[in-house]
Design a protein around this ligand. Structure first.
Ligand SMILES: Nc1ncnc2c1ncn2[C@@H]1O[C@H](COP(=O)(O)OP(=O)(O)OP(=O)(O)O)[C@@H](O)[C@H]1O
Ligand SMILES: [Mg+2]
Length: 272
């Protein structure tokens, strides 16, 4: 089956955005601009060499968008995700998150924004091996100063949302790969963040489990979350509603996917 991708242009006037597609149709979106990058660069100095990992990246991402970030190895995807996730600062340019200029913030301000606004999902799950699913999910709430009873209640709620209410006391090595990733997704959701950032979330999973995880992202997106997902796989990217490709640290293309792949079956069933 062929899918048509349409190039889009955003012209932003506050909360109202005029979007022109490649056939010059005017679409009007009334979504809030969540992320705005202006001429963002990131340079790494290694010995006498300067690696220009990002070169003047400018783009906007609106609330409840579902974006796939693609590009060859070394094109700058993780560098961009680290900056979007406030794990790193740009060399130059601006990054506005919810209208706040994050690029000028110092470490403790970044840590606060990161905890409040961002949920991370990694390829390697990054769970604490000796902690239960419940404790792994509740961990970000400790940093937010939430009391024990509320932590447990909120962690149970998101574990239920990802279909793992019957695995709350299992440690990561007592879970399948897909279940581990669902725990990681629950942990990303527990603080009710503005954005979910996922760097190759299906990279360590077989194709059936990858589809389950994409079904879960679909549910999360439907519930109103904004998702930015890095992937190397074209079929995974086609679940997203917009595909941004990087090449040598620059945006090579930015297209909407008018016909995203959807997963019919609700997959977040209690596991057997
Ligand atoms: N900490 C660092 N110090 C120096 N150079 C770095 C550092 N991190 C990344 N780079 C370089 O920056 C460029 C972009 O790297 P990045 O990790 O963002 O690529 P990527 O698109 O995520 O690749 P992959 O698909 O392999 O994960 C690469 O050339 C890389 O070697
Ligand atoms: Mg990477």
């Amino acid at each position: 089956m062929y899918k048509i991708l349409i190039t889009i242009t955003f012209i932003n006037f506050g909360a109202i955005t005029f979007v022109f597609n490649s056939v010059d149709t005017l679409l009007i979106m009334t979504k809030q601009e969540l992320i705005k990058l202006e001429a963002l660069t990131k340079h790494y100095t290694v010995g006498s060499e300067v690696v220009r990992a990002l070169r003047a990246v400018s783009l906007s991402i609106y609330e409840n968008e579902y974006v796939a970030l693609m590009g060859p190895s070394g094109s700058g995807k993780s560098t961009l995700m680290n900056i979007l996730g406030c794990l790193d600062s740009p060399t130059s340019g601006s990054y506005y998150l919810n209208n706040k200029d994050v690029s000028k913030m110092v470490d403790n301000e970044l840590a606060e924004i990161r905890n409040k606004e961002i949920g991370f999902v990694f390829q390697t799950f990054n769970l604490l091996p000796r902690s239960t699913a419940l404790d792994n999910v509740a961990l970000p709430l400790i940093y937010s100063g939430v009391g024990k009873a509320n932590r447990s209640e909120q962690a149970h709620k998101v574990l239920d949302q990802v279909g793992l209410s019957d695995r709350t006391h299992h440690q990561p090595n007592e879970l399948s790969g897909g279940q581990r990733q669902r725990v990681a997704i629950a942990r990303a959701l527990v603080n009710n963040p503005s954005i979910i950032l996922a760097d190759e979330p299906t990279g360590n999973l077989d194709s059936k489990t990858s589809i389950e995880i994409m079904g879960l992202f679909q549910e999360i997106h439907k519930a109103g979350n904004t998702i930015i997902l890095v992937t190397h796989e074209e079929d995974i990217a086609l679940h997203a509603h917009r595909v941004i490709r990087l090449l040598d640290g620059e945006v090579e293309s930015d297209v909407i996917n008018p016909n995203p792949t959807t997963i019919k079956k609700h997959i977040a069933q209690p596991s057997l």
